[in-house]
Design a protein around this ligand. Structure first.
Ligand code: ADP
Length: 364
């Protein structure tokens, strides 16, 4: 038997596909928290329209509502708000809810689309008093654009330099007082001057399974799909603490349920549908398992740098850091040390691989 066949036998047919370096079958990841395309096409109706529909993140919501009430009472615009946390946790949704609660317009854009100051000028000068200007992925703003934003945020004006050399003059263009809501998955990548210009900063964290169940029940109601409690629990557990993923898994399970189970979502139907998608009982997909297997099999449990893992998997290191690793860290499958990533005994257990004696010693 060839070595690769031996490995296949050892790992089982499904796991062989998760092996490091193996072709990852699905080009798109059903558990990708950054993939907003499906959201836009099918998910619009699932986005909460009021704070009452927004599940979880209670402290953030409560504090925001107080800030909004106070601003309204004073007849002033709300201070600039920064949300940070992993993708798909409801930052854009919250920004929209703020605008609604303020009775203001919502103007969404994103950092990478604002390439030049002139892109920004057009938007800023069109803002009305109190409008919410939302900048997603604000850490990806270009430096020049970012510096242009400082006086806009601080003094509600923009500075133009006209002419050159000895004739150069700065013209100040006043703006209406607006509220900038920024969202980022990487607060650490924001420059200090930008961060300091936000009066309100909130961190969004992963959702508890019970919260995801509530979101799923609400979404199933909106979609008109019958789901029982165990069905919701089964999907919630595999949703990686992320509402966007919960809703996407729900749509896939619904398709399966319609074809195979008269449309009704039970625990069995959900489990079978998601297993077919390569999503295991903890919400890990092939890429997650390949990430863990790389550390365990190729690098003897670590420590190994993210660049080496990325090269083995032929994936982008930043993507791995943003969308794969956070959940594995959160689940306790990986630890980050100064010398690199290490797999924990839980990772070995989850993969069904015996912990190597040397690793065991090190972990004790
Ligand atoms: P982010 O901006 O953090 O990437 P979004 O605000 O776009 O995330 O949320 C993704 C999707 O998840 C939304 O379309 C919405 O359907 C759902 N969602 C997010 N947060 C919540 C929540 N707290 N309650 C209910 N649904 C939510």
């Amino acid at each position: 038997m060839s070595e690769s066949n031996a490995r296949k036998r050892l790992l089982g047919p499904d796991d062989a596909r998760d092996a490091p370096g193996a072709e990852l079958e699905a080009p798109e990841r059903i558990v990708d928290p950054q993939d907003t395309l499906e959201d836009e096409v099918y998910g619009a109706s699932l986005r909460p329209r009021t704070f009452e529909d927004y599940v979880g993140q209670e402290t953030v919501v409560e504090n925001l509502r107080i800030s909004i009430d106070a601003a309204r009472r004073r007849g002033e615009p709300l201070e600039h708000v920064l949300f940070y946390g992993p993708p798909g946790l409801g930052k854009t949704t919250l920004a929209g809810l703020i605008a609604r609660a303020l009775g203001a317009n919502f103007r969404p854009t994103s950092g990478p689309t604002l390439e030049k100051p002139k892109d920004l000028v057009g938007i800023l000068t069109a803002l009305e008093e109190g409008d919410v200007f939302f900048v997603d992925e604000i850490h990806r703003l270009g430096r020049v654009v970012e510096e242009f934003l400082y006086p806009a945020m601080e003094d509600f004006q923009i500075d133009f330099i006209v002419d050159r050399g000895a004739y150069a003059k700065t013209l100040k263009l006043p703006l209406k007082r607006f509220t900038l809501v920024g969202a980022t998955t990487r607060a650490g990548m924001l420059t200090a001057p930008l961060r300091e210009r936000f009066g309100i900063v909130h961190h969004l964290d992963y959702y508890a399974p019970e919260e995801l169940e509530r979101i799923l029940r609400r979404s199933a109601g909106v979609l008109g799909v019958p789901i029982d409690d165990e069905g919701a629990t089964t999907i919630a557990r595999r949703s990686r603490g992320t509402p966007r993923i919960a809703n996407r898994l729900l749509r896939r399970v619904r398709d399966f349920a319609e074809v195979r189970a008269a449309g009704h979502i039970t625990a069995e139907v959900a489990a079978e549908a998601l297993q077919r998608e390569g999503v295991d009982e903890l919400g890990l997909d092939r890429l997650d398992r390949a990430f863990l297997r790389t550390i365990v099999e190729q690098y003897r449990g670590g420590p190994v740098g993210i660049g080496a893992i990325a090269a083995t998997l032929t994936e982008d290191a930043e993507t791995l850091e943003d969308v794969v690793e956070p959940y594995l860290l959160k689940q306790g499958f990986v630890t980050r040390t100064a010398s690199g990533r290490r797999a924990t005994p839980e990772a070995y257990r989850h993969l069904g691989v015996a912990v190597r004696a040397s690793v065991q010693e090190r972990l004790l």
